[in-house]
Design a protein around this ligand. Structure first.
Ligand SMILES: NC(=O)C1=CN([C@@H]2O[C@H](COP(=O)(O)OP(=O)(O)OC[C@H]3O[C@@H](n4cnc5c(N)ncnc54)[C@H](O)[C@@H]3O)[C@@H](O)[C@H]2O)C=CC1
Ligand SMILES: C[C@@H](CO)CCC[C@@H](C)[C@H]1CC[C@H]2[C@@H]3[C@H](O)CC4=CC(=O)CC[C@]4(C)[C@H]3CC[C@]12C
Length: 380
């Protein structure tokens, strides 16, 4: 197939952690496309070099919260994978900004699909549209039909839930040209893998404490995690099958899952950090929960006091502590039944790829040596 004869896919947020893996996945495994439009507010020019003689990778700088930008990006396209989002549970950006990008941005994508006659939309939602809630209700090996006390107060999960509702309600609406729009929503659990910004923070934090991770969470609390390559693969398959079986996938939600083990958030991270000489201290939490909660509250107070001077947004706050301390794992085969999804990467390969990347942080971080020397390894 020569470039130009295939379909045009748009990936919003295509320069992000998941988005960039998705672009590479489409290039490698999707033979029906001739152009991938990478729509993002912050362009990663390295993606432009991925173009080949079959597929053109076209970077489009734009703001999802501006309808005109979205309309221009979608003009003449066939399908949209909408991953652009402000992923913030730390108070880095105002709630209004999160709503503007995640909700209004999604409204703009839907409006543009309608006006530009784009028939297919795959939305990247999140486990957060379900939970865990801050009441400590565990979601243990649940699926898309599991009853759960959903309770949203935080801007991010609220915005993802509202956006997903808009996407699902738009399934079947009439679009330009008299056709119908078909939509589906994918809900990843905690995504890990090459390029995960949060892992970089945990790695750097651990270097400062002599490659020691001081256990703060109960090892009994399981947190679902899914490898970024498998999330990208599920998006590709959903996009492909939504076109072939729109009545099956249209209006449906699917958890993103693979064979990553069910572990506490800290123990899961140690699957990778231990390969860099990190050690977790303590077989159970080293400090009582109430002290952790007080520390989280102190972080909120400091964020408030420093607001306007600096953006103080530490990993630990009452919300992230509540989420981290509540089991949320999925066990489902809905994606397999509906569109033949099987993880592309087994756990061992996902683990090896992630470890290789974490190890590269050790090589690339020029200040790591200083941190190591200053921290005097506590766990030799
Ligand atoms: N990271 C995780 O553990 C999980 C992420 N998700 C979802 O996956 C998707 C991707 O998340 P990540 O890759 O982790 O985040 P990310 O922050 O790495 O990527 C998001 C991308 O969206 C872009 N973006 C932000 N605001 C924009 C705007 N106004 N206009 C255009 N582009 C804009 C950013 O520049 C970035 O490239 C998001 O929808 C997120 O809600 C869902 C479950 C878990
Ligand atoms: C108490 C700390 C001691 O080490 C550990 C704190 C871990 C938290 C920062 C993370 C625990 C669970 C994570 C969230 C979860 O994976 C669900 C998510 C889905 C998304 O769509 C975005 C990210 C996140 C909210 C994720 C954020 C980080 C945690 C709260």
């Amino acid at each position: 197939m020569t470039a130009g004869s295939g379909q045009v896919y748009v990936v919003t947020g295509g320069c992000g952690f998941l988005g960039s893996h998705l672009v590479r996945m489409l290039l490698e495994h999707e033979k029906n496309i001739s152009e991938i439009r990478v729509f993002d507010l912050h362009l990663d020019e390295s993606l432009r070099t991925l173009s080949n003689d079959r597929v053109r990778v076209r970077l489009i700088s734009g703001d999802i919260s501006r309808l005109a930008d979205v309309q221009e990006a979608l003009h003449g396209s066939h399908l949209v994978i909408h991953t652009a989002s402000l992923v913030d549970v730390w108070g880095r950006v105002p709630a209004s900004k999160i709503t503007e990008v995640n909700v209004t941005g999604t409204e703009n994508v839907l409006q543009a699909c309608k006006e530009e006659g784009v028939q297919y939309l795959v939305y990247t939602s999140s486990m957060e549209v379900v939970g865990p809630n801050i009441h400590g209700d565990h979601f243990y090996r649940g699926n898309e039909d599991t009853e759960y006390r959903i309770y949203h107060k935080e801007p991010y999960p609220l915005s993802k839930a509202k956006a997903e509702k808009l996407v699902l309600e738009a399934n079947g609406i009439k679009i330009k040209g008299g056709k119908m729009l078909y939509t589906c929503s994918l809900r990843p659990t905690g995504i890990y893998g090459e390029g995960h910004e949060l892992m970089k923070q945990f790695h750097r934090q651990g270097l400062r404490t002599g490659r020691c991770v001081f256990r703060a969470l109960s090892p009994a609390i399981e947190h679902g995690r899914v490898y970024v390559g498998n999330v990208a693969w599920m998006h590709l398959l959903a996009a492909r099958q939504l076109q072939i079986h729109p009545s099956t996938l249209g209006g449906q939600v699917y958890f993103c899952y693979d064979s990553s083990p069910y572990k506490s958030y800290e123990d899961f991270n140690m699957e990778f950090l231990s390969a860099c000489g990190f050690k977790i201290i303590g077989s159970r939490p080293l400090v009582p929960y109430f002290l952790l909660y007080l520390l989280a509250l102190l972080n909120v107070l400091l964020q408030w006091v420093l607001h306007g001077f600096i953006t103080y947004a530490p990993i630990l706050n009452p919300y992230t502590l509540a989420v981290a301390s509540t089991t949320f794992t999925v066990q489902t085969d809905k994606a397999e039944k509906h569109f033949g999804y099987q993880p592309l990467y087994a756990w061992e390969e996902a683990k090896m790829r992630t470890i290789t990347w974490v190890k590269s942080l050790e090589v690339s971080g020029k200040d790591l040596k200083d941190v190591d020397e200053k921290s005097n390894y506590c766990c030799s």
